[in-house]
Design a protein around this ligand. Sequence first.
Ligand SMILES: *[C@@H]1O[C@H](CO)[C@@H](O)[C@H](O)[C@H]1NC(C)=O
Ligand SMILES: *[C@@H]1O[C@H](CO)[C@@H](O)[C@H](O)[C@H]1NC(C)=O
Ligand SMILES: *[C@@H]1O[C@H](CO)[C@@H](O)[C@H](O)[C@H]1NC(C)=O
Ligand SMILES: *[C@@H]1O[C@H](CO)[C@@H](O)[C@H](O)[C@H]1NC(C)=O
Ligand SMILES: *[C@@H]1O[C@H](CO)[C@@H](O)[C@H](O)[C@H]1NC(C)=O
Ligand SMILES: *[C@@H]1O[C@H](CO)[C@@H](O)[C@H](O)[C@H]1NC(C)=O
Ligand SMILES: *[C@@H]1O[C@H](CO)[C@@H](O)[C@H](O)[C@H]1NC(C)=O
Ligand SMILES: *[C@@H]1O[C@H](CO)[C@@H](O)[C@H](O)[C@H]1NC(C)=O
Length: 872
Amino acid sequence: MQLLALAFIVVSTCLGVDAGRVITYPSHIRTKRDAYIVEFESHIPSTHVSRFHAMPDIIVKRHYTNAFNGISVATTKGLDPVHLANTEGVLRVWPVRYHYAFSPSRGSAQLNSTESYLHRMTGVQKTFEDLGLNGKGVKIGIVDSGVDYNHPDLGGCWKTKGCPWQYGEDFIGDKFSMSDADPIIEPNPTPMDCNGHGTHVSGIIAARGSQVHGVAPGATLGMYRVFSCTKDDVLSTADDIILQGIEAAYADGHDIISLSLGGGAWPEEPLSVACSKIVEQGVVVVAALGNDGIGGLHTAAAPAVGHGVISVGSVDNWNITGNPGYITTAQNTKTIILSTPGSALNPFVFLSDVPVVAPVDKEGSILGCSNYTEDLSGKIALIARGTCTFNDKARNALQAGAIGVLCYDNAPGVTSPAIDKSINIPFVIITEKDGKSVADDIAKGPVTIKAPKGEYKVFPSTTGGQISPFSSYGPSPELELVPLISAPGGNIWSTYPLKLGKYTSLSGTSMATPYISGAIALLKQARPKLTVDEIRTLLVASAKPITDATTGLSSSPYQSGPGLVDIYESIKSRAKIDPVALSINNTKMRPIQGYSELADLGTVRWTVRTITIKNTDSKKSVRVHHRDTVANSLSKYFGNGTYAYTPRTWPADTKSVSKSTLPQVYVQSADKTISAGKTGEFTVFIVAPKGLKDSENWYYGGFINFDLQWDGEETHSSYVVPYAGYNGDYTAQNVLSPSSEGLPALVDMNLTAIEDPSKLVIGGNTAALVVFGIAIPSRQITLTLVNSGTGKSLGYLLDGYYEYSGFTCPNCTATAGAALLNGTVFTDEKLVETINAPAGLYHVHLKALRPFGEIGNDDDYQIWDSGDFCIL
Ligand SMILES: *[C@@H]1O[C@H](CO)[C@@H](O)[C@H](O)[C@H]1NC(C)=O
Ligand SMILES: *[C@@H]1O[C@H](CO)[C@@H](O)[C@H](O)[C@H]1NC(C)=O
Ligand SMILES: *[C@@H]1O[C@H](CO)[C@@H](O)[C@H](O)[C@H]1NC(C)=O
Ligand SMILES: *[C@@H]1O[C@H](CO)[C@@H](O)[C@H](O)[C@H]1NC(C)=O
Ligand SMILES: *[C@@H]1O[C@H](CO)[C@@H](O)[C@H](O)[C@H]1NC(C)=O
Ligand SMILES: *[C@@H]1O[C@H](CO)[C@@H](O)[C@H](O)[C@H]1NC(C)=O
Ligand SMILES: *[C@@H]1O[C@H](CO)[C@@H](O)[C@H](O)[C@H]1NC(C)=O
Ligand SMILES: *[C@@H]1O[C@H](CO)[C@@H](O)[C@H](O)[C@H]1NC(C)=O
């Protein structure tokens, strides 16, 4: 059964829930024991904190007064958080959740010659050269893992006169570890970075060296350190600490706050709430969308999904550089690119030529997933990527005596491997193309490789400008279009702590986010009076949709937003477009009446919207022409209702479908002239693609392009309005993962599926778990124990009540949720009183709220009932 392949974490039960007030997260989310964030109602003054100081068994840890109205507390003596929720003026009580950094993968290095190439693609270089802007006078607060401010490219100073670093603080120290019961928080005097993430992010914004040239090297900076040093290979923190960092950045009066972090999925979560509140105060907040692209749709994280937050997706860099490898055959020597090894302990360095072979494993495969019978002593093994983990391949090669592994990719681009430290062998990835060519060489005769130390070479990337595969997908749970914008985040060369090598290349939406923060600093410098809303509008309207090299259509707005940032065009923009994007849901099949030109479309899904364009040029009128471009449709299901683990894209290419089956846009009186300072209105009909099956849950989209040509000018400027929607009734979608996953299911405590529940007897020492997957975020999930004889519910399973659930997926960070079934249930609505169920025949009733559903309205839930079992 597939279920057994799933790994998930069962954490200690979050007991004590006041329905609607104390929030519980699904059990796969790690929370801090006896720690809560108490959110006050918006009208409550911050002096309200005194009530909590006076309460027994509570320690007020932090008092948030700027970005968030509330406190964080630690409870002693196992105090039930319901007491907190029952205190007057409290809106919600949240468990303190642990967060991981959006851990970047190591890309390969890149030289400065290519960085100007990168900046040319985003309008940044033109802004430097033509407008002479550098972000001077703009303040950017970065909440991250700290910064090595001794780095010469980052100023080499801390808070001295003329230093770029004028603000910042450490909130965590070097010892914090999620695995400790009570993680140690001992802030240092300055936010020095021991991890590298924050130093890399800082360089993307503001490096001013010969190696790295940031987007806004003239900006004034603050670093708010909320991530500690790496422990057990993870860089972690908790949201009460992040909140403290965000608050401090806000209090210091930054124009822009840059957040390469996150977790969760909802605009209601504390980090999102804080960010939205800051945005309301006129501060720009930029946040990474997340690195769960492998899970497909609905993988966007908080706080990027927060209202008004500028969420950022990633595109791959055009040039990748790596350590070169020199392959020599009887005929010639050629250069291939080697990924940066994930482990500094085992660098892939071979100063003189060593033989490369392409061994087959015991199963006759080049995948190296089983043992080798061949002796590989003194040789490097060429192995294909796939089927098993990099660790397995490395281990098998090591066991056969190999001295290194060249693993070739199975998709375009360059990935970087993360090999267990204990497997003592140099391991690098090479491109699929290079790998196949080396395999051909080996088939013809002896082949050797030489890999010098510390040499870098630049190679054009085949995936340059394409959406990075790791970049998370929208939409938000409420179908808002995220990401709002895309920027380069794959294979980015930037500053790194001096102790860790000074420079490196990393990949992640963590890298795309500071790029946008820097770009907005240029925009703010040019046009200081812009509101956050205007900045959002300018970024989106001036972006450039990305053409997907595989399908020939545009990348979906749910992956790329409007496309790649073009900050020069944003700065020079003379139009204001409203709304910035169109989100479409619940369109019914019906003919379009009253518009004769659309009558022959027949019965279709369609919607009609109005777009207004304001000509902000004070003197010239502008002529508007309209075009539209179609984007890929996306789905994570097959027609038979099973998950497609690689997100599906339709159509495969533009030749395979007729144009009439793609999404269609009709703009009424599309071509018109708008006088100086005036506004024009455009009525837009969007027709969903006719070529898609409802049962496959497709999300479609595209771009409405307006070409604006001002009076007397020769060239035009292009503005874009992305549109995207769900092909069907969004509110009717299933939120649980498909039954083909073997979920929901009853499993024993060893996670083995219980095939026949009628043989299950709960009691004594026997308990079971109910495991479930969440395909799209759900506002509320409950699991109740029902007496099968009477049909009456006894109450909620101990961890059978969740709010604000994100997605789970077998390939993502969160793989499944689980609730304990041991006979004890909460009997009351407030989930305070427990009883042990009397002996009898029972089943579990699981309810998951569908999108936009109403809590308490049974019709809005997806339901699952287990088979009957016994409780003794
Ligand atoms: C980067 O560029 C500068 C000047 O443009 C040059 O002096 C320096 O050698 C370059 N660095 C590398 C590593 O190529
Ligand atoms: C095959 O691999 C396994 C596990 O990787 C190892 O324990 C075993 O010794 C190997 N067998 C041979 C013959 O190398
Ligand atoms: C960088 O990428 C561009 C676009 O693919 C390419 O034209 C250029 O040659 C690359 N630069 C180097 C040094 O490879
Ligand atoms: C989608 O439909 C729901 C229910 O009809 C509605 O509440 C919601 O506002 C709509 N969302 C968007 C983005 O149109
Ligand atoms: C569902 O369809 C996909 C794609 O056609 C196929 O690979 C898969 O095996 C099917 N699964 C089932 C359970 O029929
Ligand atoms: C779980 O595994 C342990 C160790 O293998 C075994 O002793 C125990 O009986 C198993 N429990 C169940 C419920 O199967
Ligand atoms: C995703 O998970 C499924 C099920 O565990 C697995 O079959 C598939 O190979 C995974 N895909 C990737 C890209 O890891
Ligand atoms: C079920 O588990 C909870 C939490 O671990 C425990 O407090 C309770 O006593 C258990 N109930 C039974 C009947 O064992």
